[in-house]
Design a protein around this ligand. Sequence first.
Ligand code: SF4
Length: 299
Amino acid sequence: MEFPPFRPPSEAHSYLIRVVRGCNWNKCLFCSMYKAIDFEQRPKEDILKDIDEIPRYFPKSKSAFLGDSNPLIHKDIVEIVRYLKLRRPEVERITAYARIKTIANMPEEKLRDLKSAGLTRLHMGLESGDDEILRLVQKGITAEDAIKAGKKAGKFFETTYYVITGLGGVERSEKHAKNTARVINEAKPTFVRIRNLTITNPEMEGVVKLLNAEEQLEELRNLLEGIKVETYFTCDHISNYLFTNRGAIFTGVHGKLPEEKEDMLKIIEDTLETVKALKKSGVEVFTSNDMFRFGFISL
Ligand code: SF4
């Protein structure tokens, strides 16, 4: 039995099924997730056996998550999803990580087959909607790929786009927010999930100038302001948090757009004021990068 080494926080209670090992791209500078793993498709027979044995390892669940990074490129993926649905009828939601490039290039027919087999949601890393930043961090996709993939996948599945605040550094912060909002407005993902750039991979060190707490909040505000479509926007990850030495002072914003947008913007503005006031009185505010460096958080 094998399990994917990573899963989104929203899949904490899902059955975890390892379809592929590692990432077939594995070049993004900011990512340290699968660097030590050689990509391979697991033999179908082993995956089906894992599906049979899941009840021995997990409490009964209504959802299942397929890993590692891009399981939809497995040559037998439709059969695997169909088998999962058949053998685990309690599962109502089947989700997977997917590369935007893979979805942009995948024939709609295949996506339709995956939907009828039981797949319901895709987790995709947009990171930025700005082509210069995407090139800089070696993401291997363009903004146009992301728009195409979002529109296509949205016909069949719920979609999540992950965005990394700070990915363009201080230098490109405004462009990053503006162009990322533009892609989201076109691609219309069901969920937008924010992570703040935290240097866990040495290859990313020095590539951009990291945002301080105020700059992080300003970029988050600019991004949120730019999103005009209906989606669920959430900072559901500790990398978004801001801290003083007494504890967390910001734990992100979460809510439905457009209904809750004004409330969320107000929280960000209020926190900005707090950060400025703390700074003035000599209190330091720490970002995820500081906390990671100090060893107080792990990612
Ligand atoms: S961010 Fe995604 S596509 Fe890029 S290397 Fe990491 S797992 Fe692979």
